[in-house]
Design a protein around this ligand. Structure first.
Ligand code: PEP
Ligand code: MN
Length: 361
């Protein structure tokens, strides 16, 4: 995306003085449910009303969406409340119908953005549209695949683009329905600072009580907005009942979020920040130096093992190190997960160095 400048300018059309809010039910169920939700959201800071019409469900037999009739209900919502509308499209036929019914914003779901064939089909069907298109992250934690989907749309001459971070599937269930892996959207922002970034705390958390903290975290990471599943009677929702909130609660959540500034003017603030950053830079230098020194000892061991024909990996030694470091990390207020990750990476690098020595002629 060489010409990716100004991807954020379409947000200005919404005259926002707050992060953009997209809210509405997971699924369109009935016209009455849609209007009920939309009228309650009308006077909140919601700019765009969302509702899924075609629902990608994990197993057949679950509610798969009301289909095209829901597009008429979205038109009624727009006409009666003035809210803009958004829905998910997953194939060229969905695109054709959604454009015909003048849905304002379309999004590509996580189970679609994972598939380049489907994304290309959508890009072809949408080519040249001036409607905003939002791309959810693919289900697997693959930044290149996510960006590749955005690129296909950009190449199809679509310039109002954005991305939605909805978390990543994992086999082992954690606190979250879909693990956030914040480092992926952070890296995305590094590469494309002009690409509007939204959080979907509903699908990350899978639980309504996590939504506020997830939104706050996203704002602290400079996200541009949020998409929050909102239903008049969440516990009776036909899909994703545990993660939807009432319009009332949505207003409380968006009202209590703190939007912080990117920078501040004050001299004292900037001097203090500068001082701390200098200290951080110096610690980073020391970290790399120490790891480098550690690696030269690892290489000495490599030569020693080679001379005696001893295998590179001694599992028990490695487990002892890991255990000791996790215990020690706890005393330094470092989580076991973090210490494990760091030492796994160091260990892998050490093995690579020793392997190279072993294989030298
Ligand atoms: C949704 O937004 O309702 C949805 C199905 O989301 P995802 O594609 O993130 O699973
Ligand atoms: Mn949902």
């Amino acid at each position: 995306m060489e010409n990716s400048k100004n991807l954020k300018t379409w947000l200005n059309d919404y005259h926002l003085d707050h992060p953009m809010v997209i809210a509405g039910p997971c699924s369109a169920e009935t016209e009455a449910q849609m209007l009920d939700a939309a009228f309650q959201l009308k006077d909140s800071n919601t700019s765009i009303f969302r509702a899924g019409i075609w629902k990608p469900r994990t197993r057949p037999g679950n509610f798969e969406g009301v289909g095209a009739i829901g597009l008429k209900w979205l038109q009624t919502v727009k006409c009666e409340t003035g809210l803009q509308t958004a829905t998910e499209v997953a194939n060229a036929n969905h695109v054709e119908l959604a454009l015909e019914h003048d849905v304002d914003v379309l999004w590509i779901g996580a189970r679609t953005s994972v598939n380049p064939f489907m994304v290309q089909e959508l890009a072809n069907a949408l080519a040249g549209t001036d409607k905003p298109i939002l791309v959810k992250n693919p289900v697997n934690p693959d930044l290149a695949l996510w960006l590749g989907a955005v690129e296909r749309l950009h190449k199809a001459n679509i310039h109002k683009l954005g991305v939605i971070h909805r978390g990543f599937s994992t086999y082992d269930k954690s606190n979250y329905r879909n693990k956030p892996e914040w480092q992926i959207p952070i890296e995305l922002q590094n590469q494309f600072p002009d690409l509007p970034l939204f959080v979907d705390p509903s699908h990350i958390g899978g639980r309504r009580d996590l939504i506020l903290e997830l939104c706050q975290k996203a704002l602290d990471l400079n996200y541009d907005g949020m998409m929050i599943e909102t239903h008049p009677t969440p516990e009776k929702a036909w899909s994703d009942a545990e993660q939807q909130v009432t319009p009332e609660r949505l207003k409380e959540i968006t009202g209590s979020l703190i939007v912080r500034d990117q920078t501040a003017e004050g001299e004292v603030f900037n001097n203090t920040l500068e001082k701390y950053r200098t200290q951080i830079d110096s610690f980073d230098d020391q970290l790399l130096q120490v790891i480098g020194q550690r690696m030269s000892i690892v290489e000495e061991i490599g030569f020693l093992k080679k001379s005696q024909n001893v295998a590179v990996l001694q599992n028990s030694r490695w487990h002892d190190i890991l255990k000791k470091m996790v215990d020690q990390g706890e005393k330094e207020n470092l989580s076991a997960e973090f210490v494990t990750k760091i030492f796994q990476a160091i260990h892998q690098e050490s093995i690579n160095h020793q392997e190279r020595i072993m294989n030298q002629q």
